[in-house]
Design a protein around this ligand. Sequence first.
Ligand SMILES: Nc1ncnc2c1ncn2[C@@H]1O[C@H](COP(=O)(O)OP(=O)(O)OP(=O)(O)O)[C@@H](O)[C@H]1O
Length: 228
Amino acid sequence: MIEMVNVYKKYPNGIVAANGIDVEIKQGEFVYVVGPSGAGKSTFIKMMYREERPTSGDIFINGINLATLKPSKVPYLRRQIGVVFQDFKLLPRLNVYENIAFALEVIEETPKVIRKRVMDVLELVGLKHKARMFPTELSGGEQQRVSIARSIVNTPKLVIADEPTGNLDPDTSWEIMNIFEEINSRGTTIIMATHNREIVNTIRHRVIAVEGGLITRDEYGGDYGYES
Ligand SMILES: Nc1ncnc2c1ncn2[C@@H]1O[C@H](COP(=O)(O)OP(=O)(O)OP(=O)(O)O)[C@@H](O)[C@H]1O
């Protein structure tokens, strides 16, 4: 489902954040991306949803080559990928229901379909009873649940999460991980950049370590492997 071939990324300031990355990730995998700060983890995953473009090399997502994808087709690609951020990125003026429904309204789903899908994902993340509340009225963990619900409401085959537990306390982080596990068990591929050693060492999955813009380790069931 994801293939990178000799991907190189140099930012305009001269920093090389990807220095010849080759990787293949299959449908249904759960992959942690680990590595020290500044290693190139975010760049690696941002290139998968075309938030950043490689300077050279090819990136295929479900057979679509992002290197040659026309800008007009980028919204189509993004609809196939759910993205979850460390800082949630919810729209403050919209309530929980509206934050999630938004993704479906832009693709002009019918009100009936929207209602059903939003309530289904709210049920999955355990927040049906808070559908009318606003982001500021929610805890960090609840906001992250909303952002996960939003990321899957389009039923994407791939969910990319950049440090989704980075702003959460340990107990809440485990709850959030349980939701990702549930989503993965339904067949959705999960790519997660994380600094959370305990989680990586406890809920074992494939571990891709990035350092200096290179994949330095790629191990199924591997451990976190860093001190911090
Ligand atoms: N938009 C940008 N412009 C210029 N340089 C950038 C940009 N984004 C990232 N970089 C540089 O690229 C390198 C890799 O950054 P990246 O954010 O991918 O690392 P990271 O492993 O995700 O780090 P962290 O764990 O701290 O989030 C860093 O040296 C960073 O300064």
